[in-house]
Structures are given as structure tokens and as C-alpha cells.
Design a protein around this ligand. Sequence first.
Ligand code: GBH
Length: 470
Amino acid sequence: MTTPITFPSGFLLGSATAAYQVEGAAHEDGRGDCIWDTFSATPGAVVHGHTGAVACDHYHRMPQDVALMRSLNLGAYRFSVSWARVCPDGRTVNEKGLDFYSRLVDELLAADIVPWVTLYHWDLPQALEEAGGWPARGVVDRFVDYALAVYERLGDRVRQLTTLNEPWCSAFLGYAAGVHAPGRTDPQDGLRAAHHLLLAHGRAVQALRERDPGLELGLTLNFTEMQPQDPASAGDRDAARRLDGLANRFFVEPLTRGAYPEDVLEDLGELWPQDLVHDGDLADISTPIDVLGVNFYTGSMVTGPHPESAPEAARQARAYDAPSPNVGSEHVVVVRRGTPVTDMGWEIRPQALRDLLLWLQRDHTGPAGTRLYVTENGAAMPDDPDGTGFVDDQDRVAYLDGHLRAVHEAIQCGADVRGYFVWSLMDNYEWAYGYTRRFGIVRVDYDTQERTPKASARWFADVAGSGAIG
Ligand code: GBH
């Protein structure tokens, strides 16, 4: 027995994708290489050596894909712009690259779908990686120029601009753990990348705001619930505090409070590069935003040795273990509770989304009244187990239902959440997993590029069409 719920009027219900994951056409109309072209071509980097060279071929099928969105009653479409299409060499503007997004925006507006634009979803132009990548401060000015170039072309029709998607992933998966592009494995580079990503965000918000005060500007962060395995153990509590610090607070606190969390800086100790933060950086980073995007998938239960032994354990982990994204807290271990997981192995924790939204509302929306949007939520689930071409993904329906209800509860408890985007519109290139993980509510046959709505798409179309469940 489930109770019917209704979202507030005007609540946006849509779906999300990202450029490298769906577009393909990797070398058309002057697009330059991005770090994912290089990384995916590196033997051993991605499962089966899959690349995004073709992906969902969305670049060529865009009008049909927008018609598909329309048929699913989607009120908004969150997509990202490929920096390497717009600036193939990292600097020079390629109008042909912008043409594609201009056509996409027109198509969406004609279908009455709000275009929700992210400027950076992990695909740095390779030329900028060669100039040092995110660990090098010079990338910040390049990003501001790029943001303005996109604005100049789309700003007459696009009002929502998000600077970055999940800087935690770009910084720590890309530069410390090396499991994402560009595959570098220096913990200090991870920290440098994180700071420069945040700085690029803040400077771009300032430049865009100055250019057009009416824009709705924001940043999207990923959040993971962190719980101690044994709440009575000081070591486990410390482990949860450390990962909560690094994964969640390290990104949201500079943004909304203008400072990195003290305890995380303490955990990092001499790993934190002393020359990294310049005067004024934190003021730039904390430039007020209109929208905080929340990506939520899962929660982790963690364990770790007693705090007194932690620094030594961390040093040993750095010396002997495979690189960890948890810079300075490499000794912390994630333990599975044995509860249901998705095809990513991620535990399903809908209640954590409600708690997260309430925490953000209370501590991080600020006097300016930053609005919250769930910019990604979804699940990888099996593809077509009985080979009929129609995926009856009731587990995904249950996942989405549970999380949408959690969002609704958060709203009822006072969180100012204005919208929800399911990840993803369609199956697509799942980064280091290639095409072996499927998040779509629409199935993609990668041989024919045929799109087939799954049971979850039909269900979500009802929700999006009515603004209600049940
Ligand atoms: C998003 O990243 C991306 O924005 C999107 O491009 C991608 O396709 C999608 O998610 C699906 O992967 O501690 O092992 O339980 C999500 C990134 C998800 C990073 C959950 C950390 C914790 C995993 N995150 N995760 S674990």
C-alpha cells in the first residue's frame, strides 16, 4: 500500500545526460579531443576498451531524441556542453560546435522542455590537459572564457546554467585514483584539481552574473551518505567523519561558507599544498549561487582504525596500496551491509536523500535562499533479461519511486527542492564501465541505435505528466 503524493506546482521533472556519454560524433564539425578520448583509448583503462566515439549517436539523432523526451512528458532536459566542441584547442571558439547546442535548445523550446545546461561534465579538452590539466591554475581563466562563449551563443534562450558536474569525481577519480580521465594518480594533484575546479566555478559565476544578472546559476555536487559500521567505535566514527568531510563537506563548505572544513585540512596535514589557495580565492568560490544541484545515488557504511593510528595507516596505504580517491584517508574501508544493491554494487538508500536535502536546506542554502534541485538520481539495472527488447525494469521503478517519495518528504519538512532529473534519459557510455552498465529509462540497442522505452520510462512519463505519484 503506497500513498499518492503530489509535487508542488511548477516542480520540474526531467531527465539528464552528459555530452561524452551520449553524443558520439567525436571528430565531427571541428570537435577537438577531450581527455576521455585519450583515456578510453588507453589499454586497460575502460572495460572492453569501449570509447564514446559513437555512444548513442545523439549528435545525429538529436531531433528524434527530443521528440522522445516530449513523448515522455519531460518538463526539462539536463545536458552538458562539450568544451572540446566549443574550444577544440582549449582557446579558440568553434562556431560549428556551438551550432549543435543552439539547434538542440531550439528543438527543446519548441517541445516545451526547459533546457538545463551544464558547462562541464568531465570532458576537458586534451590540449588543456597537456598544459597541466585541472591541477594547473591556468585552466581557470580558460574555463571562464569558455563559459562566456557558451553564454554569448545560448544565453538569449537558456536561463539555467550550471558550471560543473561533480568536481569530486573530476578531481579525485581523475587525478588521485586514476580510474577516470586523465588517469593520473597523485593525491596532491587531486587536491589541486579540486581547488581549481571550485575556483573556475566561482569565477565563471562572477563573469556570467556580470554579463547577465537574470541568469540562474549554480553548481552540481555529488553526495554520499557516510555511516560508521559500529557507531560505538571511535575509529568507525572517525572513518565516517573523514569520508563525509572529503566527499561532501569539502565541496559544499567553500561554496556556501567560504572556507574548507578545518577537520579535513587537519586530516590532510602536509598533503595539502601550501601554495594552492591564493588570497581572494575563497571569496570567489563562495560567490552566491541561485541553485545547488544535488546528485544522489547511494550511501556507504565505513570502518577504519582508531584515530590515533590513522595517520600512520594512511601513510602506509599511500605507499603500498592501489591509489584511493580518499586522499589522506586511504585507510578507510567501505563495508557492505548485505542490503540490496544496483548493478554498480551501490546500496539503495532512499531515506538518506531526504536527510541530505534537509541538511543542505538547513546548513547550506544561505540567506540568498539558494534553491535545491536533484540533478541526478537513478540506478543501473540489468538489460533485457528475457531478450524481448522490452525491459520490464520494476526494480528501477521501485528505486525511482522510493527516491521521489524521499524528495517529497523533504519538501514537506521544509526543503526548497524545485525539481528532479532522472539519470538517465537513455542507456549510455558509463565511463570506466563502458557500455556494460545501463542507467537509462529508455533502452538503447547499440547495434541499431534503436531506442525503446522501458517500463520505468512509462512510469516516469505518468509522474512527469501529472506531477504526482499514484
Ligand atoms: C554520476 O556520477 C555522473 O554524473 C554520471 O555521469 C554517471 O553516469 C552516473 O553518476 C552514474 O555513475 O562508495 O562505492 O558505494 C556518480 C558518482 C556515485 C561517485 C556513487 C561515488 C559512491 C560509490 N558517484 N559513488 S560507493
